[in-house]
Design a protein around this ligand. Sequence first.
Ligand code: AHR
Length: 328
Amino acid sequence: MDHKHHSLAVKIICILLMSCLAAGCSKAAEQPEEPELILGFSQLGSESAWRIGNTRDIEDKAEKYGVSLMLENANQKQENQIAAIRRFIAYNVDVIAFSPIVEEGWDNVLTEAKNAGIPVILVDRDINTKDEDLTTCLIGADFYSEGVAAGEYLIRKADKLGMEHVNIVEITGTEDSTPMRQRQAGFMDTIRNDERMEIIESVNGDFLKSRGAECMRELLDKHGDDIDVLFSHNDEMTLGALPEIEAAGYEPGKDIMIISIDGGQEAIDVLKEGKINCVVECTPMLGSALMETALKLKSGEQVDRLIHPEEEVFSDEMDLSSIAPRGY
Ligand code: AHR
């Protein structure tokens, strides 16, 4: 081979080698990386726009943080959540997270998780247990403060309107759940020393729109003209109650003051129409905090025991045009 042909052959071999290497590299890049973390999450159900927004946010943030998410929806049943947690333990996930539908009844399954060495994160709601070590932390709203904010709004409005006596009906969330217990406690503690305030009836609406409508119908049948205020523990039940109030011949937001909790887009739109007076925010956007905490636990770092997101109050006392799209 003469010199010219020899250097051409070398060039071709080099090009072939480089393209082989490049192909090899891109093959490696295509290989899915081992996920850093496998997170088992038991969602309690899909009872509200809030819950659906919360599930979506957790799915989105798992993808963003490169977390492999095993998501199970318990359809409003505690036994389904317990079974899901047992499956996560059997699968030996790195971290378990769940939103407990009620506060009681978790000790056995969480002891199994603890014995398996799997850390557990509470999302959104708390549990009632004597053994604090069964869970590592709680990421969720300060429901007690939400109840306080609702009560404070009512007192300000009663002052402004010169109300001498205030008859309140309350539609609460799921019996024995953290938001039900704490929102009620915060509200009661705030209005208790104001002699004008009277809760004439409190009924359970289970955080559902259909139950909100049923409850409101019953309350209107029983108390009709006497009702001054509806305090509803979530937007879903409020949105169920409003058509019932209108069907009974009252103007929500005027004849009956409406105070709600969550701050989903639909409720904010109705607040702007004047049919709701106040919405205390409860954000479902807990996904980033959950992923960051789970990653810390996986790498053995300490985490904060309690993580509360910042929340606002939206009401007819403010300029409502400044509220950004809610995303749930
Ligand atoms: O636990 C949070 C509550 O649960 C929200 O207020 C409600 O809408 C949801 O269903």
